[in-house]
Design a protein around this ligand. Structure first.
Ligand code: 1PR
Length: 551
């Protein structure tokens, strides 16, 4: 098998990149010291997380000159995410840390006054160039009508002509009103701000073009039509997973968190095998897949080796972002009695192929401690340690709120909303209480307090469930979603209650939520992700175009 060299300088979680390269039939060889760089023919510089941490590690390990020499030698070079950022002169994320200066420009933080930051999701990489005979060509397989997966808070603002003046071909994307650099290419260099390894067929095509040295290829007139240049509406398929009574891991789904059959057997509802289901949703066009290991609050996930295997098999075949939740907290290894920090548990998940981890119960405990200590950040919580090590984009907080009705706002110390869905006794006000342990324990902490605390701790995204709506097929709780969106700047995923495509359309038009998630309607085969997206497209909502070609 041909080989590509990957530079290993401890820059976050790159398991997904290795999976994608192997899927394309290439071997990965690691560069673990500066002397190894000269051995590489094709070199990839990955990197996830914080510019300052990555570039400092990179420089301290002695890679700056050997990598510059590789680029200058004309041998193929690809930078991904922090790998493209490294090529520029610097970043506002760590102003004192220099980049390699191969390309002119600096990274700036996205303006969050009108949109969520980080920028997470599927966006464009628009570029069309003309070949020698004026025919349209795609650069490294990039197509203007495709969408690619981005996750970052800093980007190089696009200023027309500046990079082009130095010979770069530039692919751009638009977030809100900001146009930024999505990818650049010149001679032997290709670099992408998006993650090709997590961008489905469109991304694998780019990676393959780099690996096989196909810098340009003909572009059909249809593919050269620029898609709407913004972020698309993200649809996430969620798999609640647990062991059934026979001990096998199954995808399950209940209503209001009760996953047992209501009649007869009282068995755990079995809706399929986790890996197979995840693959199905990937091929239907799901923008992300989330696994929630719903009983791991009882046991440590260190005992859950089958779950890690599920993740491994899924990550080797599913090339969109994978999130895993359940049991991410400081824990005890039952085999040795050793205490294992949450960061280590998360690392186990990342090494098995997760791109993000989702923290539930532990976030509630951490938020309570945060308020009890007058908003002190200890740096020791699961959210803080994982966010510090892997970047905020890798930390999702999953919330399981429940409505608490009150007759009047003065009946509680919590901030209430006036609701259009009155309570059982006609109560016109409510607040949302956080729960933990799969809804078993209710806390005197409101969902808005929780999200503000976890945003301060460094969470990158909120997965907003709703116990009242879970499994009801009655649509998302728009009032809950609006109140959480108003409280934080990080992206929010709406969850619980989706029963048809119109519910997705409703949540995207009636709120400014960033993504929406469905479970039961997909598991029961009532809807495919593809059909949901078709309906959204017809309603004028921008979704990622369906691409399922074998690469
Ligand atoms: O607390 O860190 O160990 O994480 C446990 C995780 O498991 C939490 O994210 C929690 O939300 C989840 N969980 C625990 N018990 C259940 C249960 O159902 N008994 N599932 C559970 C949460 C909610 C969503 C569901 C949506 C959409 N399920 O995952 O998929 O409600 O469903 P729908 O579209 O069918 O309405 P920790």
């Amino acid at each position: 098998m041909p080989a590509v060299h990957l530079l290993d300088y401890a820059a976050g979680n790159i398991r997904s990149l290795v999976n994608a390269i192997e899927k394309l039939g290439w071997d990965v060889e690691w560069i673990r010291s500066p002397d190894d760089v000269a051995k590489a023919d094709k070199l990839i510089l990955p990197g996830v997380g914080h510019f300052g941490h990555c570039l400092t590690q990179f420089a301290n390990a002695g890679y700056v000159e050997p990598v510059k020499a590789h680029i200058a030698s004309g041998k193929p070079f690809m930078g991904i995410c922090v790998g493209i950022q490294a090529l520029f002169e610097g970043s506002d994320e760590a102003s004192a840390v220099p980049g390699l200066g191969v390309a002119r420009g600096r990274l700036e933080r996205f303006d969050n006054s009108d949109k969520s930051v980080p920028h997470i999701g599927w966006n464009s990489a628009n570029t069309v160039s003309k070949g020698p005979d004026a025919a349209l060509e795609s650069i490294y397989g990039l197509r203007p009508d495709s969408k690619y997966y981005y996750v970052h808070s800093y980007a190089v603002p696009y200023r027309k002509g500046e990079l082009e003046k130095d010979g770069w071909t530039v692919a751009t994307a638009k977030y809100g009103n900001e146009i930024f650099v999505g990818a650049i290419a010149r001679d032997n260099v290709l670099a992408t701000q998006f993650h090709p390894e997590k961008s489905g067929a469109a991304g694998l095509r780019v990676l393959k073009a780099f690996l096989s040295g196909n810098k340009t290829s003909p572009l059909s007139a249809a593919s050269s039509a620029q898609s709407t240049r913004g972020l698309t509406r993200r649809i996430i398929a969620c798999l609640d997973v647990r062991a059934n009574d026979a001990g096998d891991l199954v995808v399950t789904k209940g209503d209001q968190y009760d996953v047992r059959e209501k009649s007869g057997s009282n068995a755990v509802r079995n809706l399929g095998k986790p890996v197979q289901k995840a693959q199905e949703y990937y091929h239907q066009g799901a923008d992300e897949v989330t696994f929630l290991n719903i009983t791991s609050f009882r046991d440590t996930p260190l005992k859950d080796l089958p779950m890690l295997e599920v993740l491994r098999q899924t990550a080797a075949t599913v090339f969109v972002p994978l999130t895993i939740g359940g049991g991410i907290r400081d824990t005890l290894d039952p085999a040795t009695g050793r205490s294992v920090p949450a960061l280590e548990v998360a690392t186990l998940y990342f090494q098995s192929g997760a791109d993000k981890v989702s923290i539930g119960s532990d976030a509630v405990t951490a938020a309570e401690a945060y308020y009890a200590s007058k908003r002190t950040l200890t740096g020791k919580t699961a959210i803080e340690t994982i966010s510090e090590a892997y970047g905020a984009q890798a930390v999702v907080v999953s919330i399981d709120p429940k409505r608490v009705y009150v007759a009047s706002a003065s009946d509680t110390t919590h901030a209430t909303i006036s609701t259009s869905l009155p309570g059982p006794d006609g109560e016109a006000h409510c607040w949302y209480a956080c729960t933990s342990q799969g809804g078993r324990k209710t806390h005197d902490l409101s969902v808005t307090e929780l999200v503000r605390a976890v945003e301060a701790m460094g969470a990158g995204e909120i997965l907003l469930n709703c116990i009242d709506r879970d499994g009801t097929n009655s649509g998302f709780d728009l009032e809950l979603i609006r109140s959480v969106k108003a409280a934080v700047k990080i992206p929010v995923i709406a969850s619980s209650g989706a029963g048809n495509a119109d519910h997705f359309a409703e949540v995207f038009t009636e709120t400014n939520v960033d993504a929406a998630l469905g479970a039961g309607m997909f598991h029961r085969g009532e809807w495919t992700v593809k059909r949901v997206k078709e309906v959204l497209g017809k309603k004028g909502l921008d979704v990622r175009p369906f691409e399922d070609e074998e690469i």
